[in-house]
Structure formats: structure tokens, C-alpha cells
Design a protein around this ligand. Structure first.
Ligand SMILES: [Ca+2]
Length: 188
């Protein structure tokens, strides 16, 4: 009887190890595609629970959206910077011109960045949408294509930069630089 009791105690006391995801935050945005015009509008709505990157306990987040094709960045667009917040609201539209027959070959990488006036801006977290993206991003892209001219909004969990680079670097990088000039209000 004593032995049985002991075993029960050991079972009851077993430690369950839970592996937590890095808590980088979530990004809310909509995708809208106009097939005839060949225009993709990515509307960055807001982000929540972003990781604090500064000593203040906050970040200065902006969102950088990159149009990717076979591991190359073709264009990028950025939102404004929101200072000292982990829950920024943007409601800013980032527009990309993408012909309809290219839509299945491209993806959009969204990086939430922390602006710093001194030193390099750092990546807080990223997510990706496109036909070749992982499940949440692939589903969002498919839903957008199935509903032309209609903004499709979803939340995306942000992941570490290296997680997405596995996909981005999978294809050999092209040697020539993108020919499209990118306008930008602030530097990286
Ligand atoms: Ca900062």
C-alpha cells in the first residue's frame, strides 16, 4: 500500500515542460487586390503586444513591407514611425503594382521594426503572406485572391527574422540589383 501511494505522488508531481513561443506581438493588416489594375494594397491597421526594444520599456515601431520574388526584394514600402508604444495604430495603405500573372510567384514580407535615432533599427518580428508562405500567410493570400476588390483583414503572429529567412534564402540570390527605385521617407 505504501509503495502504491508513493507512485501516485510521483505521477502527480510530474513536471510538464511547456515551450513558450517568443512573445514578439501580433500584426493586423488587410490585403486587397485589384486584378485589372494589378494593384495590391496592404493596409497596416495596428499591432499589439510588441516586444520592448528600448530601455524605456517601449519601442518605436514602424512596418516595412517588402515585395519578394524568388528570394529577391523587388520593392519596399514603410509606414510612419509611432514613438514609445507597444500597441501602435497605423491605418496606412502600402501599395504595390503586381500584374495578375505574377501573383502566384511573389510574397510580401512584413517586418515590424524598432526605430532608433542612434544606431541601426532592429527587427521586432516578421510575418509573410504569399502563395509559398506558411499556413496563416498562405491562407490570407488565397482568401484575398478569391475575393478581388475586397479588403481581407487578419491578425498574424510575429515570428523571429531567422524563421522567415529560411524561406527567403532558399532560392539562390540574383546578382543584379532590383531595378525599381524605392521612395522612402526615412532610412533603415
Ligand atoms: Ca527605439
Amino acid at each position: 500500500m505504501m509503495d502504491m501511494h508513493f507512485n501516485e505522488c510521483v505521477l502527480a508531481g510530474r513536471v510538464v515542460v511547456v515551450v513558450e513561443k517568443a512573445d514578439l506581438g501580433e500584426l493586423n493588416f488587410s490585403l486587397c487586390y485589384l486584378p485589372t489594375a494589378g494593384r495590391l494594397t496592404v493596409t497596416i491597421i495596428k499591432a499589439t503586444n510588441l516586444k520592448a526594444m528600448d530601455l524605456t520599456g517601449f519601442s518605436d515601431p514602424y512596418v516595412k513591407a517588402s515585395l519578394m520574388c524568388e528570394g529577391r526584394r523587388l520593392k519596399k514600402r514603410k509606414t510612419s514611425i509611432k514613438k514609445n508604444t507597444l500597441n501602435p495604430t497605423y491605418n496606412e495603405a502600402l501599395v504595390f503594382d503586381i500584374p495578375q500573372d505574377s501573383m502566384e510567384h511573389v510574397s510580401i514580407t512584413l517586418a515590424v521594426m524598432d526605430y532608433d535615432c542612434i544606431g541601426h533599427n532592429e527587427v521586432i518580428g516578421m510575418c509573410q503572406v504569399g502563395s509559398n508562405a506558411d499556413a496563416p500567410g498562405r491562407d490570407h493570400w488565397a482568401e484575398m485572391l478569391a475575393n478581388p476588390r475586397k479588403p481581407i483583414e487578419h491578425w498574424h503572429q510575429l515570428v523571429e527574422e531567422k524563421t522567415l529567412n529560411i524561406y527567403i534564402n532558399k532560392n539562390p540570390p540574383a546578382r543584379d540589383k532590383p531595378s525599381i527605385v524605392v521612395e522612402s521617407v526615412h532610412s533603415d
